[in-house]
Design a protein around this ligand. Structure first.
Ligand code: ATP
Ligand code: MG
Length: 559
């Protein structure tokens, strides 16, 4: 995998096009992009790339970016999706100001455009059903066959189209098709359907229409109506461009420039809304905002920041060729952000009790802990220290291998910000073989974590004071799929059975009042976020955002 860093950020070829357009004054100095989601699901990280690109370019060139709902398919669209999309775009840090549009607002204009095509002999009403249409469409190597209805007169077509609109025909019995070329090498040009009958209510236009324009017809004309300058879309629309050009030219409409870029693919992740919806409907995940989902609301609940997602989008750049980005790179971006901004705290996921034999029974001292060594302005806090503590189970071993610097019989370690302790004994459950308690002595001279005699210890471990710690549910998330490319084949067979483990952790008491959505580094353990749904006042639940181990940085180092 090539290294992605500041010096090798792929040049954004779209900026080059805009720069050239500004030089030649192609659009009168305007830059107007748009983000055109179909409201049939929640936005995912792939959409975030498109949002950052479109709104980002508008910001950079002091232009405009519209938010437009491409709502041409009434049966699959819901206002819940519209609301979530607006929330997610705002959360990412972007603002469409007063430019919120719906393709459905253009239904009248689109109808007029269709009538114009009919009048010019460029569109006809066709009575073939979906099957017949498929059969006569031809293949990549064979031309299609002209529809027997292709040569209806303009008058007849106008009449039939009008009656389609009035609801006189059954769904599927008639369509309006563009009259282009059934032998075209580009299948999109073989008399595509531009209107179909759908006797369904629309989330905005209600029962006003029973014919709806197709996506291809709507999309390019919506861009035209809004006077978009650069209509940025993903590569699969390259083959649709000749059709868009045809519509716009035949109709003599304003003609934006379409620019295609490679969509984002991410390893271990599905990005198809249809498949994500199936995960939700089949309750494989808890909802669109399940922290394992690649949705923006899922990532938000997981603890991702808008800054990290924008940074990710910027650093992966924009390319003309499809590729897959390593999920570890997304994790790298969130780690970089949280490392700088998340306060550090102490939390024990797998608690092991430690008793300091020579510490006074009732004494509670305070030690001072630094909130973030990366940013000392974040200050310090006081942690209670007492005779009984918890440490992580894997910070103790009875028979450690060489170079194990944590706690072991006879071994001395530093408790972060507190004292040196030395293990003198341990208690083992004879039945299970598990260690249930470790006994230590502490050196009162080492308060704060250093020794006046200059004695060094190799290991530093984290801890919490047992009587002060809070018990908290912590959800340890991992990839939802254990295949790098779950989208290939039956994705359900790749579900990772270990994508969620729940533990009851012992956390420092300051986390009791963690705000829902607040983000933390549990020292030596990982980054965590107080769940924004299930946390109760005084009883936070934490989601693991990401572990501390940066596998991406490691891959890059190896080269
Ligand atoms: P899906 O295939 O998941 O249903 P879609 O492309 O149909 O996605 P839209 O709502 O039409 O979803 O997408 C809105 C915009 O987001 C489009 O301009 C589309 O090009 C862009 N987009 C969607 N997925 C990605 C992706 N993986 N990477 C970059 N841009 C994307
Ligand atoms: Mg789409």
């Amino acid at each position: 995998m090539p290294e992605i860093n500041e010096s090798t950020v792929p040049t954004n070829f779209i900026k080059k096009i805009i720069d050239d357009d500004l030089l030649t004054n192609k659009w009168g100095g305007r830059v107007n992009t748009r983000f055109p989601p179909e409201p049939n699901g929640y936005l995912h990280i792939g959409h975030a790339k498109s949002i950052c690109l479109n709104f980002g370019l508008a910001n950079e060139y002091k232009g405009l970016c519209n938010l437009r709902f491409d709502d041409t398919n009434p049966s699959k669209e819901e206002t819940e999706y519209v609301d979530s999309i607006m929330e997610d775009v705002r959360w990412l840090g972007f603002d469409w100001v007063d430019r919120l549009y719906y393709a459905s607002d253009y239904f009248d204009k689109l109808y007029d455009y269709a009538v114009q095509l009919v009048k010019e002999g460029k569109a006809y009403v066709c009575d073939l059903n979906a099957n017949q249409m498929r059969e006569t469409r031809g293949t990549l190597t064979e031309p299609g066959i002209d529809s027997p209805y292709r040569n209806r007169s303009v008058e007849e077509n106008l009449d039939l189209f009008d009656r389609m609109k009035k609801g006189e025909y059954e769904e599927g019995s008639k369509t309006l098709r563009a009259k282009i070329d059934m032998a075209s090498g580009n299948l999109n040009m073989r008399d595509p359907v531009i209107y179909r009958i759908l006797k369904v209510d629309h989330h905005r236009t209600g029962d006003k229409w029973c014919i709806y324009p197709m996506y291809d017809f709507t999309h390019c004309l919506s861009d035209s109506i809004e006077h978009i300058t650069h209509s940025i879309c993903t590569l699969e629309f390259e083959d649709h461009r000749p059709l868009y050009d045809w519509f716009l030219d035949e109709l003599g409409a304003y003609h934006p420039q379409q620019i295609e870029f490679a969509r984002l693919n991410l390893s271990y992740t599905l990005m198809s809304k249809r498949k994500l919806l199936a995960l939700v409907e089949e309750k494989i995940v808890s909802g669109w905002d399940d922290p394992r989902m690649p949705t923006i609301c899922g990532l938000r609940r997981r603890g991702y920041t808008p800054e990290a997602i924008r940074d990710f989008a910027e650093r992966i750049g924009v390319a003309k060729k499809d590729s897959t980005v390593d999920f570890a790179f997304l994790e790298h971006c969130i780690r970089e952000d949280l490392n700088k901004h998340a306060p550090r705290v102490m939390g024990i996921l797998n608690p092991l009790k430690v008793v300091i034999d020579n510490y006074p029974d009732d004494l509670v001292e305070e030690v001072e802990a630094i909130n973030n060594p990366e940013d000392l302005t974040m200050g310090t806090r006081k942690l209670p220290f007492s005779k009984v503590l918890y440490i992580e189970k894997d910070d103790f071993m009875v028979d450690p291998p060489k170079k194990y610097y944590r706690l072991a019989p006879g071994n001395e370690v530093r408790l972060r910000y507190a004292y040196y302790i030395k293990c003198v004994d341990y208690v083992k459950d004879e039945k299970s073989g598990e260690i249930t308690e470790v006994h230590c002595t502490y050196d009162p001279e080492t308060k704060g974590g250093s020794s006046p005699d200059g004695r060094k210890v190799q290991g530093t471990i984290h801890w919490v004071s047992a009587p002060h710690a809070i018990d908290s549910e912590v959800r340890l998330y991992d990839h939802l799929f254990n295949a790098e490319n779950p989208g290939e084949g039956d994705y359900k067979q790749y579900l990772n059975p270990d994508s969620l483990k729940i533990v009851i952790a012992k956390l420092e008491h300051s986390l009791k009042d963690a705000e829902p959505g607040s983000r933390w580094q549990f020292e030596r353990v990982g980054y965590f976020c107080a769940d924004n749904k299930d946390s109760l006042p005084g009883k936070p639940v934490f989601n693991r955002t990401v572990t501390l181990k940066d596998t991406w940085a490691k891959i890059v180092k190896k080269g």
